[in-house]
Design a binder for this molecule. Structure first.
Ligand SMILES: [Zn+2]
Length: 280
């Protein structure tokens, strides 16, 4: 189409933020930091390369995802441990916080709950910021690598995509069939993954993760959580996923419990206050 005469003027209109987040409830990070100081480790799970594992975290505990042997990206799913229909809502978390999450930002749950499930309390990669390609770390813009898209694009039958890894892990943890478990798997927080959109074509890109052994992302559990983490077959996601080509490493999940009384004044957040009547 030919441009209208005022095309430049229309393009020059400044954007407005869709969801100004100044009125979001603010997490009490100093209280969380204080509680974390006396916390003791109560659990640890190692996620094998090209596989996933589940873990449980009580409300008021912390969990840390660490790089242990080499650069590796992780795909994280979270559910309310008491009601799997309440699960992480990647799209709304992106709308509220932006394309990538870091300290002080939260993983929000789906409708009709829409409450913080977990708050990021520590991120050793927060120095990365946004690079000149528009890339940053820990995104909520990707989905999770899956065998269906792989089949669509190349006809492959690959069984160790994050989607399948998460499905197997959830089935093993809960006793569900693979079919049942698959319906609970959802879009992820891409832990340690470095991604963005190309400026010219708007395509989703990935590049080698800056994560190194010793780096971690730590969370405060706002509600009782069942988590599943997949060590992506993309490894550090510098080249390709949905195959066995990339070098992959394990990831570690550790759970820490604060001392009794350390969270004085904190309450697990209530579900969303909308009355649910939808105008009827
Ligand atoms: Zn993956």
């Amino acid at each position: 189409m030919s441009e209208p005469t005022d095309a430049a003027a229309r393009r020059a209109i400044a954007p407005v933020i869709c969801y100004p987040n100044e009125t979001l409830p603010v997490p009490d990070l100093p209280l969380y930091a204080q509680a974390r100081e006396g916390a003791v480790k109560v659990g640890e799970v190692t996620v094998s390369p090209r596989d996933a594992a589940c873990f449980r975290v009580d409300a008021g505990q912390f969990f840390r995802i660490s790089s242990v042997e080499g650069p590796q990206v992780g795909d994280l799913n979270l559910w309310n441990a008491r009601d799997l229909s309440e699960r992480f809502y990647s799209g709304k978390s992106r709308a509220l916080h932006g394309t990538h999450l870091t300290t002080g930002e939260r993983m929000w749950s789906c409708f009709p709950h829409l409450r913080p499930m977990a708050t990021i309390t520590s991120d050793t990669l927060d120095w990365y910021g946004m690079d000149t390609f528009g890339g940053s770390v820990h995104d909520v813009i990707g989905t999770r690598c899956d065998p269906y898209t792989g089949n669509l694009l190349s006809g492959a039958q690959y069984h160790h995509c994050c989607h399948s890894n998460l499905t197997r892990a959830l089935a093993d943890e809960t006793g569900m069939t693979l079919n049942e478990a698959e319906s609970h798997v959802h879009d992820v927080l891409n832990v340690f993954m470095c991604t963005g959109f190309t400026r010219d074509t708007g395509q989703y890109f990935m590049k080698a993760s800056p994560v190194r052994p010793g780096d971690y992302l730590e969370f405060f559990a706002e509600i009782d959580l069942l988590g599943a983490l997949s060590a992506c077959p993309g490894g550090d996601c510098s080249a390709e996923h949905t195959s066995d080509v990339a070098v992959c490493y394990p990831l570690r999940v550790e759970v820490f419990a604060p001392q009794d009384g350390a969270l004085e004044g904190w309450k697990s957040p209530a579900t969303n206050g909308y009355d649910g009547s939808h105008g009827r």
